[in-house]
Design a protein around this ligand. Sequence first.
Ligand SMILES: NC(=O)c1ccc[n+]([C@@H]2O[C@H](COP(=O)([O-])OP(=O)(O)OC[C@H]3O[C@@H](n4cnc5c(N)ncnc54)[C@H](OP(=O)(O)O)[C@@H]3O)[C@@H](O)[C@H]2O)c1
Length: 302
Amino acid sequence: MMRQWQIENSQLVMKNSEIPNPKDDEILIQVEGFSLNRADVLQIEGLYDAVSVPGLEVCGTNLTTGEKVCALLESGGYAQYATAKKNQTIPLPSCYSIAEGAALLESAITVYMNLKKMSPLPGQSILIHGGSSGIGTMAIQMCRLMGLKIIASAGSDDKLQACLNLGADIALNYHGDFHTSLNRSVDMIIDILGGDIFTRNIQCLAPYGKICVIAVMAGSNALAPLGTMLMRNVSLFFSTLRSLNNEAKASLIKSYLRDFAAYMNNGTLRPIIDSTFAFSHLPDAIDYMRKRQHFGKIVVMI
Ligand SMILES: NC(=O)c1ccc[n+]([C@@H]2O[C@H](COP(=O)([O-])OP(=O)(O)OC[C@H]3O[C@@H](n4cnc5c(N)ncnc54)[C@H](OP(=O)(O)O)[C@@H]3O)[C@@H](O)[C@H]2O)c1
């Protein structure tokens, strides 16, 4: 038997459960840490794909080989044991802690997928909305390694300073008139906000600018100034990692490793860990994420 956290009536409840059986294309992992993602909070609140046991990424021991691994999951990470697709599992980089391994894949592969869509060239500029998020802190680092000029947005002065410390060249509060100061100067945008921020993004874009919308935390409806977008030859992309099939995710992980493994192995790319919580205190970790005071990833250690 094992312990796991299940969603019941929009609350997390600790339960006993059978240890899962891996299928032929899966491994069984003894979980030593998992990280929180905003999607988990939405699932608990019933606002996103329904799952019984949340948890999109874990780090622990592959019980077949004894090797430490990081794994991307569909769900089920909030547990002492989890099964993962073999092709969505990577060895824990040797200089990473378990917490860092648990906080890597969901953000890194999402950011990688979106950067690939926009094909950035060194020296181009990118606006990363939500620079303090798990996604944002990974995006700032990956874009810095790619030689991009980084503008990060966040909602408070502390977070703006932390984005600058992490490697952003400019940090702007998205509650302010960031679009006026960035007028027509930005080549690419990664947007987790949507809503009225989407409309203001268009003013920021240079001709042939590109936007990847990956979440809509500021609202799922937006006014799109189509005439301006047309005349500026704007490209617009939307994507969710979750909706990709196994093969597509595996192929992205392979290609991410080809481009970024060296940076992980020498420690120049590592998830930013805001805080760690004990397994028994998971509901506190979720409440902490809801308060939006974190910078980087929140990890639960087992
Ligand atoms: N499309 C995909 O494939 C994909 C994959 C992974 C994640 N995502 C999405 O990307 C976003 C970031 O995920 P994450 O796990 O990195 O999040 P996170 O660490 O919880 O960070 C979210 C940050 O966004 C800002 N924010 C602005 N409006 C918000 C709102 N209404 N509610 C909550 N936070 C708000 C907050 O920073 P400030 O204090 O600066 O406002 C908050 O700290 C989420 O929406 C997630 O669902 C999408």
